[in-house]
Write a protein that binds this ligand. Sequence first.
Ligand code: DX5
Ligand code: ZN
Length: 226
Amino acid sequence: MNYRIAPSILAADFARLGEEVAAVTAAGADLIHFDVMDNHYVPNLSFGPMVCSAIKPHTMLPIDVHLMVEPVDGMIQAFIAAGADIITFHPEASRHVHRSLALIKDAGLQAGLVLNPASPIYLLENVLEQLDMVLLMSVNPGFGGQKFIPATLDKIRRVRQLLDAYQAESGRRIALEIDGGISPTNIAAAAQAGADTFVAGSAIFGQADYVAVITEMRAQLAAISR
Ligand code: DX5
Ligand code: ZN
């Protein structure tokens, strides 16, 4: 299994953002998770496309943009121009989900939908063809450092089943990313349930040694067999 670790720079030191991005890149991360909050769709404000362009030269890793904004289409266009590689958004925040996904796909980027803890899985069903990734929230969006909601494990299993069934008929694998409260202590449980991409903010940036945390996460993943 090809697992990916995606440090969320929401938990980084913003005064030294370029260095922080370079440090997690050197520490063995696979993606840079970029949390965009607008104080409208979520009750917090983070950073936008200008910051995305600014960090781009500090890493060769794909930038995984998680849009927590409403409306989404204008920001999709801005992040395409800013060098995003993957863009995910919350279906509740888009009036026309198929159109928003098409905007991302037509630009040659990878696209995904994000499900909140209370969002139903059926939101994915009619757009599977357009998806490269599904992002499952294991906390309510808006803040780093929250506690993993245990019921998410069962939801990971159910989404994995849907994605596996789609892969069986289409031959195309859709990644399943989990976001919120992930640490070395629960990453294996999330992987066993069917997640393959793991966002971690405070668990990585809250420690002095990023290599040690990422290595520990990889060791936890290597120890499971699914
Ligand atoms: C929450 C964000 C997460 C968050 C993760 O709205 O989408 O990516 O930064 O932070 P931790 O790993 O600290 O829960
Ligand atoms: Zn996120």
